[in-house]
Design a protein around this ligand. Structure first.
Ligand SMILES: C[S@@+](CC[C@H](N)C(=O)[O-])C[C@H]1O[C@@H](n2cnc3c(N)ncnc32)[C@H](O)[C@@H]1O
Length: 264
């Protein structure tokens, strides 16, 4: 179950998983260097944006305060790693992106979720880490708060690229440049991405490939990958989301299997 990971003696990593998927519990920067080089066919992830405000005081609020409008009695657990300032965040992004670059095969695609505030910094970090930046896909969230006298902040983005060249004859079809999906209604995670969106996005990976998500939260990428016939490894540092994500993926895949629906 521990996909392609080599650990020094006496080091163990808590993990969960099943057929073709694993979620590792811990810090991405600590775990990524242990993957054998070239283990993954794609990096698809939604890192903490460290966004949600103009000032550091605004950014230092909890993730629920920044990103959720749920009433406190219904609030989901906060997640970690979202309070860095711009420079620290960009440096940290470049560091883990470099470790992930080593863990991926030549030609592997990379997809990174981000908002408008961090869009310039994430494209710097991606390239510093050695990836080729190839474009930006728009995620149209369909609904959002209107702002008088301003444009709605209706979109987030997927910055994408590859590890070196990306031949056009890969066995992958033409993919859209804009996705239209509303935020999930019954969320497990404060900033959970829509499962149908993730099922579309993972198709950038070659069929039967292995996908890495080092910030897997409630496991949406891992679940989408399995449902589309890929293997997947996630990493999650928060205790609460390691458990919630692992349970969610296991439950959903069991239900899928019981319904007799084949993956992919
Ligand atoms: C934006 S959320 C991902 C949400 C996910 N896409 C989903 O649909 O549920 C980012 C996640 O990264 C986790 N995280 C933050 N810093 C981390 C680190 N250094 N290593 C591993 N996970 C981390 C957070 O706890 C959070 O759950």
């Amino acid at each position: 179950m521990l996909l392609h990971i080599e650990l020094p003696e006496n080091v163990t990593i808590e993990h969960s998983g099943g057929d073709g998927w694993t979620i590792l519990h811990g810090d991405a920067l600590g775990i990524l260097p242990h993957f054998r080089p070239g283990s993954f066919d794609a990096l698809i992830t939604d890192p903490p944006y460290a966004s949600g405000g103009w000032t550091q005081t605004e950014k230092n609020r909890t993730t629920n305060q920044k990103y959720s409008s749920m009433r406190s009695e219904k609030a989901l657990p906060d997640f970690i790693g979202d309070q860095k300032d711009q420079r620290s965040w960009t440096r940290w992004m470049a560091e883990w992106l470099f470790e992930a670059w080593k863990a991926c095969k030549d030609g592997a695609p990379v997809c990174l979720f981000i908002d408008w505030r961090q869009l310039p910094c994430i494209t710097d970090a991606l390239q510093w880490a050695g990836w080729i930046w190839r474009g930006v896909v728009v995620w149209d969230k369909l609904t959002c708060r209107p702002q008088k006298g301003r444009f709605r902040q209706q979109s987030e983005f997927v910055v994408w690229g590859s590890k070196g060249s990306m031949p056009v004859n890969r066995p992958v079809g033409c993919l859209p440049g804009v996705f239209h999906y509303a935020n999930p209604q019954n969320r497990t995670h404060v900033t959970e991405k829509p499962l149908p969106l993730m099922r579309d996005l993972v198709k950038i990976c070659e069929p039967n490939g292995r996908i890495l998500d080092p910030f897997c939260g409630s496991g949406t990428t891992v679940l989408a990958a399995r449902l589309e016939g890929y293997e997947a490894a996630g990493i999650e540092a928060s205790d609460a989301y390691f458990k919630l994500g692992s349970d969610r993926v296991r439950f959903a895949l069991d239900a899928h299997e019981k319904a007799g629906e084949p993956a992919g």
